[in-house]
Structure formats: structure tokens, C-alpha cells
Design a binder for this molecule. Sequence first.
Ligand code: GDG
Length: 478
Amino acid sequence: MTIEPTPDQATYDLVVVANRLPVDRTTDAEGNETWQQSPGGLVTAMQSVMTGGDGAWVGWSGDPGEAPEPFDADGLHLHAVGLTRQEIEDHYEGMSNDTLWPLYHDVIVPPRFRRRWFDGYRTVNRRFAQAAARLAAPGATVWVHDYQLQLVPAMLRALRPDVRIGWFNHIPFPPVELFAQLPWRRAIIEGLLGADLLGFQRRADAENFLRVCRRLLALQTRGDTVTVRNHDGGERVVRATSFPISIDSAGLEELARRPETLERARQIRRDLGDPDIVLLGVDRLDYTKGIRHRLKAYEELLADGVLAPPKAVLVQVATPSRERVQAYQQLREQVEVTVGRANGDYGQLGQPAIHYLHQSFPREEMAAMFLAADVMLVTPLRDGMNLVAKEYVTCRYDQGGALVLSEFTGASGELDRAFICNPHDIDGLKLTIREAIDTDPREKSRRMRTMRRRVREYDVQRWADHFLQALAAAPERP
Ligand code: GDG
């Protein structure tokens, strides 16, 4: 990637504000520090809407300490926000990942409320808002992302009333009965209402937000809008609606279609001992993803004698995640005990029942795994969207494979031709896995074709375009 310093005082018509920059710091063979584009659809989507050199991205570099100087990388203007070790602990690990993440995911684990964490959250949100305020050209569009930055819209509006502000939530928005637990609920709602447009993954998330406004702040809502009274007595209208996120399906399909990807998929099956059935799970190692429920169902299918290695194998990729947060350490232990027990009870020499990989892999390898898998298990207890489900169907240009998908994912709203399951119902999950294996291949192909069409037609580019068009059309301020 080409990297150049950014001219001082430059301003931009589009500013993206996200917790992380779209690049990771790496060290090359000579020991020089450099930046590499992080994988992910958001970066790809933003790159295409930010071409023309008038877009900036504000985010944290991922390391503690002073922010590196702003720089340009492949046509994107990158402005790092520096966080101290304490701020990372309070804002990121604490308030974002130990309070908001569990609260917004149905309280699967109990959220922890710490006043110090919220203070850190507010300080860091202010720093992001100030950076965005400096970089936005007059009348610019600022697109804020996700639950780590919910105070930014109002802070930014106070600094720059001339800019148009959108916010998109990548995770679910909880029902009022759960959200009401949050000690700082008023501050969060008021923070969000600084935006012109609030985007959610599902309509139900947007409706939860509107209900929160009515019930907790006694605000008036009408259709998908909330009316907010300004300090000067004037009124503003904020729109809250859904924009289900998607993936760069053309780019991923191109990768999946490469001959070397197919060859690698065949090699993976050979390495697994040429089983009849390969089942696959790919998740960040997160308690929202339903990995324990999936393993329990699989272990019972082994115990019942329905499935057995070497004819059937499960590959579970669990990418390391948030390893400093206690709930994630506990989950890792539980998963690893279960995998060890299943392999001890049902594996044979050189033929484990579960191949467990606590690692991350390059995109090429992920595409080959998707192509190699007969049944993809996506069983979250709650998930804003779940991109893995969309990636799997995109890679299956051969119309092969079957997707088992939890009804508690945003993706199930679009991919309703998947084998839909309730992961809490272990007997039901076992039956759904069996159905995904046993259904007639022609029927599976039909289902796959329908799902592939949906993801191809509504890709991440369409998603970004829709959001930005809706933001441009957001009610003019009086
Ligand atoms: C949040 C919301 C929402 C995973 N392991 C590897 C790897 N991955 C990639 C997947 C996929 C991405 O990471 C994970 O995205 P998900 O959507 O599945 O889940 P979250 O990380 O929880 O994302 C979620 C999303 O934001 C977008 O709005 O859908 O609901 O929770 O792209 O493929 N990629 C590579 N190696 C790995 O080992 N290269």
C-alpha cells in the first residue's frame, strides 16, 4: 500500500468514524513499521464510496499510546485517535465489550456496570468527535459506526451543527426492558439523537430504539422518525430505520472460483481423511455465537451414533477475540473442555471427532474451507447480521452445501431458505443438522441458488449506497 503524509488542515466531504482504522500496523522483514489493509467488507464498501480523494477515516490504531501522524493510504486519508492503556481498559474492554456488548446481545452473560468505564467511554467519544469536527468540510457528511461511539453524534453536532450525521449499529439494539438496565441510558439515547439518520441491521432493532425513545424519554415518534427538541426550542427530526449489511460478494466469489481455491478445498477434504460429511463452524470465539450449543448438539449426535468419525467430521474455527475480558476466557475454557471430551470419547487414532482451530486464517483459506464444507453451522444466540452465513453461500458457486442458520441472526431475515434453527433447543438443532445432511441434493441446490441471488443482488456496495442516499435525503434542519 502507498503511504503519504496528509496535508495539514485538509478537510473532507465524507468522514467515516469507526472504533478501528481500516489498517493494521505490521513490521516488515527489515524491522520497519508499516500498515496493511485489514480484511473486511466495511473497508471495501467505504473505499468505493470514498474514491475521488475527499474521504477521511477516523479510528484507533489498535495499539496503546500516542497516535501516529495522519497519513494517506491507497487514496484514504487516515486519522488515528490515540488511546492510553487506561482508556483501552475503560472504553474498549470495559464499557464497550463488558457492558454494552452483553447488554445489546440479550444479556447472554450479565453486563457489568462500572462508573469509571463510562467516564472513559465519554472521554474517548469526545476525542473521536473532536477529530471528526476538525476534518469535516463545511456541510460534510459524517458516518459514525457502531456501539463504541454512541455519544459521538450529539458531541459532533454541538461542535459542527452544519454537518450531516449518520450512525450505523453493527450489533442488535436491545428491547427496552433490557436497555432500561443501563445506568447511562439517557446519555446514550441523547448521544444517538444527535444524528440525522440512525441505521440498524433489522427492522426490529430500529423499532426497539424507537420504543426506548418513547418509553424512557417520553419522546414522540411517528413512523420511523423521532422528534427532538433543541436547546433553542426548535425541533429536529431523526430517522431510525434498517439497512441490513452485506459483503463484497463479487470479490469473494472471484476468489472462490480460482482454480487454486478449489484445489485447496479438495486438499482439505483429503487432509480430513476423505469423510462423507464435513461440518464447519467459523466464528470469533464469542459467547454470542452459540458455539457451546453447537458442540453440545454435535456431541449428542456422536453419542446417539447418528454421526461418527471418520465418516463425519466437524471443523470448528474459533478466531481469538477479546482475550483480556473474563467472559471470553471462561468461554474458551468451556469450549476446549467440550472439544477435548468429544475427541477423547469418540475420536480414534489420527481421526478426531472435532478439528478445533483457535487461529485466524487468510481469506483464501476461509474460502477453501467454505467450499469443502457440506454443512455450515451458523448458530448464534444473538447476532446483528452474521457475515459468515453470507460468505458461505457466496462461495458455493457450485450450488452445493447446506446452511444451518439460527433464527436469532439478522441474516435469517434474508436467508430464509437456510435450514433455520433455534440453538437453545438442542433436540431441534440436532434434527435440523440431520435434515441439512439428508435433504435431497436437488432441493439443497434450489435453496442455495435463492440465497446466493439475494446476497449477489444486495451486496455491501448497495448497503453503503442506500445508507448514504437515505442520509442525504434525511429531513433538512429548520
Ligand atoms: C459484527 C456483528 C455483523 C472470522 N474468522 C476469520 C475471518 N473472519 C471474518 C468472517 C467475517 C467476519 O470475520 C466476522 O463477521 P460476523 O458478521 O460473522 O461477526 P462479528 O465479528 O461479530 O461482526 C455482526 C458484523 O459486525 C458486520 O456488521 O454481521 O452481527 O457482531 O467476515 O469471515 N476472516 C479471516 N480469517 C479468520 O480466521 N480472514
